[in-house]
Design a binder for this molecule. Sequence first.
Ligand code: PMP
Ligand code: GLU
Length: 391
Amino acid sequence: MIRISKRAANIAASATLAVSAKAKQMKAEGIDVVSFGAGEPDFDTPGFIKDAAKEGLDKGLTKYTAASGAPELKKAIAEKLRRQNGLDYEPSQVVISCGGKHALYGAFQVLVEPGDEVLLPSPYWVSYREQIKLAGGKVVELRGQEENDFKLKPEQIVQAINERSKVLVLNSPSNPGGFAYTPDELKAIAKAVVDEDIIVFSDEIYENLVYGGQKFVSFATLANGLIEKTVTFNSLSKTYAMTGWRLGYAAGPQEIISAMGRLQSHETSNPVTFCMYAAIAALQGDQSCVGQMRDEFAKRGQHMWQRLNAIKGISCIKPVGAFYCFPNVSDCYEKLGVNDSVAFADAVLDKINVALVPGIAFGWDTHVRLCFATSTEQIDKGLDRLEKLLS
Ligand code: PMP
Ligand code: GLU
């Protein structure tokens, strides 16, 4: 009789990855599936980045480097953070991980003690909750209001802080909400928390994906002293269409970053060496690919949002960041004879072969998430089917 540890048994598999795996499997079986599942750009990684990886292979960059990442890439990341984000970190204050997901995992592991509270704005990205649980932390969900585009007011955050609070997670632009705090809104939060005894995790992985005049600012720049209590997370995945390369990073206070490096020395040894050299090319090369992809996502997001709101029973806030629509579909449950977001997503996949992620994975059982990082033709095909099903 095999007994899985309680720690692992309590962990749910990632719903976002599960939905896309199922859609891929159905496609392999010849079914014409439209997938709005996992959040990843449909674009190929830009050629100059691939070339740098090939060059790295040819140069023999195929050996171990350093557990916390190659020094040359740390330097390039510190320069990027200074140049683009106004954040002043030494290269030693950067840890490179196998994806932003891995960086977040490590940060929760090195900071959170059993029983510590982590304030998690909701809707939240699916993996935060499980990662907090794996560290023994207690999730304190701070639910946003849909009328306010799911955004929290500073008072709501401050009221939830007590002596057990360890970390506040911020993710703007948001997965799954598709909202982004304005600089002023974020500044108000910064002002409210800067004197609190709490570490802020600012997940800025969608920093380049903001639309319609929305502006991005890095949280740690917004109040004096905030940089000493903020860990900034980012990744190559979304900005450069590099989800499969598994490269992300965190920058923050030296004690936290060093501890994450020690942890990684027993976990992963180092992120893939020749990929790290390609990442230097990505960060230092011509950035026009980033804007081109963003402009395309902006059009698709607007189109998906308009079409969703035209479907009977569906209402959706306008996405101004990331690449997700997060509509409320609960008024359609009766029509499909379902009671929750999992049954809704199952019914949609079964009946019309459209894959979407149930909102319960993000804390909202009245909603579903659709990723619009796919072609307009696919968006129209999927939404034509959904419109017909729900009419
Ligand atoms: N944070 C957020 C908010 C995400 O949506 C994701 C998923 N891509 C990640 C972190 C992790 O991405 P990756 O591990 O590919 O860098
Ligand atoms: N973050 C993406 C998503 O939410 C990719 C899948 C994952 O890492 O969970 O779909």
